[in-house]
Design a binder for this molecule. Structure first.
Ligand SMILES: NC(=O)c1ccc[n+]([C@@H]2O[C@H](COP(=O)([O-])OP(=O)(O)OC[C@H]3O[C@@H](n4cnc5c(N)ncnc54)[C@H](OP(=O)(O)O)[C@@H]3O)[C@@H](O)[C@H]2O)c1
Length: 278
């Protein structure tokens, strides 16, 4: 990566997975600085990864050419206020992973001329299988955007959105998406258990089925340049068979309409949060 030093403000779950991803990709721990107001969390990250503990936001602002804002949305304004004085005369690349905090607000807190990228990651980043949406402000260069891609690719895949408002849809899709799959898996496990299958066996088979389905879709995507999900489904749905019986029931009882409404609710809530946050 082009950045000589990468700084994290907030050393929690998301920063931890990005640090692990960065170091796993060969980035030297001595080039990573982390600031966190929670001394225990900071000490753990330093002990786990051998990165440097920064003495607050000011040191990150002074030392780093790529700064990741990885605090909770409600802590962003205070973190930016503490960082801003150290940015006078500097223009490090800023990457925010805070859900619902707009580029306009970050620029208001940090300064109007900074290159800033908003990123909506998801929890599978913790195991290197994340999916993130990105959107950059007009101060970013192609090099900046490459650098953010390199960073986010260390914890999964990432893709650029055409408009900042697309991040609300990304939040509803991949940001919240892991929970939808967990809900569906819970429901499958419980249905099989109710029919009499041993609960532990139902859980094992549910998890492996989810993994297998995702891996099949991924393998087909690699082969064909994109998975044809309808085709994958059709292949396991023989006419008059068991899968068809279940799929027909899903379709008849409005499964797709329910998914439409659920994602619309999540995107609406993301918009509301972004608006209420200014
Ligand atoms: N976790 C995910 O999978 C995920 C997914 C999508 C987006 N995100 C976004 O990622 C961001 C971080 O989430 P997280 O789950 O990693 O949060 P987290 O585990 O709570 O980590 C944030 C850390 O930052 C610390 N902090 C707060 N204010 C600070 C400041 N001014 N300077 C330095 N440190 C400060 C917090 O301390 P205190 O706890 O004492 O406040 C906490 O230790 C959030 O904005 C979230 O929206 C996370």
């Amino acid at each position: 990566m082009a950045a000589r030093h990468i700084g994290f403000i907030g050393g929690g779950n998301m920063a931890g997975s990005l640090v692990a991803g960065l170091l796993g990709s060969g980035f030297a721990p001595s080039r990573v600085r982390v600031a966190d107001i929670d001394a225990d969390k900071l000490a753990r990250l330093v002990a786990d990864h051998g990165v440097a503990a920064a003495d607050g936001e000011q040191q990150i602002g002074a030392d780093c050419d790529l700064i990741v804002l990885a605090v909770k949305p409600q802590s962003m304004e205070a973190a930016c206020a503490a960082l801003r004085p150290a940015l006078a005369g500097r223009a490090p690349l800023i990457v925010s992973v805070a859900a619902g905090v707009t580029l306009a607000r970050i620029a208001r807190w940090l300064g109007p001329s900074l290159p800033i990228v908003r990123c909506m990651p998801n929890t599978p980043a913790l195991i290197g299988a994340g999916a993130a949406g990105l959107y950059a402000n007009a101060n970013t260069s192609a090099e900046h955007r490459c650098e953010v891609e390199e960073l986010m690719n260390t914890v999964g895949l990432c893709a650029w959105c055409g408009r900042e408002s697309d991040l609300d849809i990304v939040t509803a899709l991949s940001g919240s998406g892991p929970a939808y799959f967990f809900l569906f898996m819970e429901a499958m496990r419980d249905a099989a258990t109710k029919m009499g299958l041993d609960a532990a066996l139902a859980e094992t088979l549910t998890c492996q089925t989810a993994l297998g389905a995702a891996r099949l879709a991924q393998a087909q995507a690699e082969e064909a340049g994109g998975p044809d999900l309808a085709e994958l489904r059709a292949r396991v749905t023989s006419p008059g068979g068991t899968t068809e019986a279940a799929i027909n029931r899903f379709e008849r009882d409005g499964f797709r309409e329910l998914v439409d409404a659920a994602l619309a609710a999540a995107a609406g809530r993301a918009r509301e949060l972004a608006t209420s946050n200014g």
